[in-house]
Design a protein around this ligand. Structure first.
Ligand SMILES: [Fe+2]
Length: 334
């Protein structure tokens, strides 16, 4: 993690100690562990039908590696995941906040997972420079799915993981992502924006993991549903929605509360806590106690075409600004 301009590390450590910790990421685990909720859910009936051996998938989202969510929090999440010994780790976007300043730290976080890591990008990754974020993730050994799927062998079972690029910034292409998917093999979907699940279910994806909302960060008095549901227009705010039992075109979607934040770190309410979630694919719904029962989707309000275009323009504008800054630095040798 980069030191701040004042020479003090972003979480208050002197720069020298911070650098020493950077050389040994495991040293971050020594600090007081932040509270991270561990939730556990069974997979779908389809997964149970298709898998002879269960597969444990750990889901994280919205790491937002950077000043607001410093390395002790990130490494506590990694440590919590590693102690569960999952077969696969999936991360559903927003790896960074607003810049490329923390890509080295992001690489350290991703490389510290014991299990293979697969993920998709989120809106903050596109705002900060999707190409650079992708390259950092790939350097750390992670597979990034940009409207594509991959087939892994875990516990001697084949699992197809289909990843949709960020819908918020207009990069999602479900038709491309699902082209060639085999319905006779188990499938798991990843999308930063949960509403894409409604396009993935009819393509044979029974369960989609997602993020973006941070559970609203304040879940007291259901303020998150008011803000993200009624005002922003999301149908899925936090947790499990839909059906794990019904055949397509229905399915289930899970919205993770996330690990980090991009602006303010405030999280209030039990459902707003930082979260790692385990999905035990192969176990039927109801096989064990779960954090909550599946919820009804909110009415929601999809963004207009104009809004999506505006968001695409915003990504292009940020990219142009970065290029201008880079070329100025080159010109003046800064
Ligand atoms: Fe986010």
């Amino acid at each position: 993690m980069a030191a701040s301009r004042s020479g003090a590390h972003s979480d208050g450590l002197p720069a020298k100690l911070a650098r020493a910790r950077m050389l040994n990421p495991r040293a971050w685990f020594d600090r007081g562990a932040p509270k991270i909720q561990l939730r556990r859910f069974a997979g779908t009936a389809r997964h149970q039908d298709q898998l002879s051996s269960p597969i444990c998938v750990a889901h994280l989202t919205d790491l937002h590696v950077g000043r607001v969510t410093p390395m002790p929090v990130q490494m506590a999440a990694v440590d919590l995941v590693n102690r569960q010994d999952p077969d696969l780790v999936v991360i559903t976007g927003d790896f960074v906040c607003h810049s490329q300043e923390y890509l080295d730290a992001l690489e350290e976080v991703i490389a510290a997972f014991d299990a293979p890591v697969i993920g998709v990008l989120g809106n903050h990754d596109h705002w900060s420079g999707a190409g650079e974020v992708r390259r950092a993730l790939r350097r750390a050994g992670m597979e990034v799915l940009d409207n594509a799927f991959t087939t892994m062998t875990l516990q001697r079972e084949r699992l197809q993981i289909v990843g949709v690029d960020d819908a918020y910034t207009g990069h999602a292409d479900v038709a491309r992502a699902t082209k060639g998917l085999r319905r006779d093999l188990p499938i798991l979907g990843l999308s930063h924006i949960a509403e894409e699940s409604e396009r993935l279910w009819p393509a044979g994806v029974p369960l989609v993991l997602s993020g973006h909302t941070h559970a609203g960060q304040v879940t007291l008095a259901r303020l998150n549903e008011l803000a993200l549901g009624r005002l922003v227009g999301h149908r899925y705010i936090h947790g499990l929605y839909g059906s794990r039992r019904h055949p397509e075109p229905e399915g289930a979607v899970y919205v993770g509360a996330g690990i980090g934040a991009a602006v303010i770190p405030l999280r209030l309410g039990e459902r707003a806590r930082r979260e790692v979630t385990l999905f035990e694919l192969g176990y039927p719904p109801g096989a064990f106690d779960e954090d909550h029962t599946p919820q009804e989707a909110l009415p929601g309000r999809p963004p207009s075409e104009r809004k999506i275009q505006d968001r695409q323009v915003a990504v292009a504008r940020k990219q142009a600004r970065r290029l201008r800054k880079a070329s100025k630095k080159g010109l003046f040798g800064d």
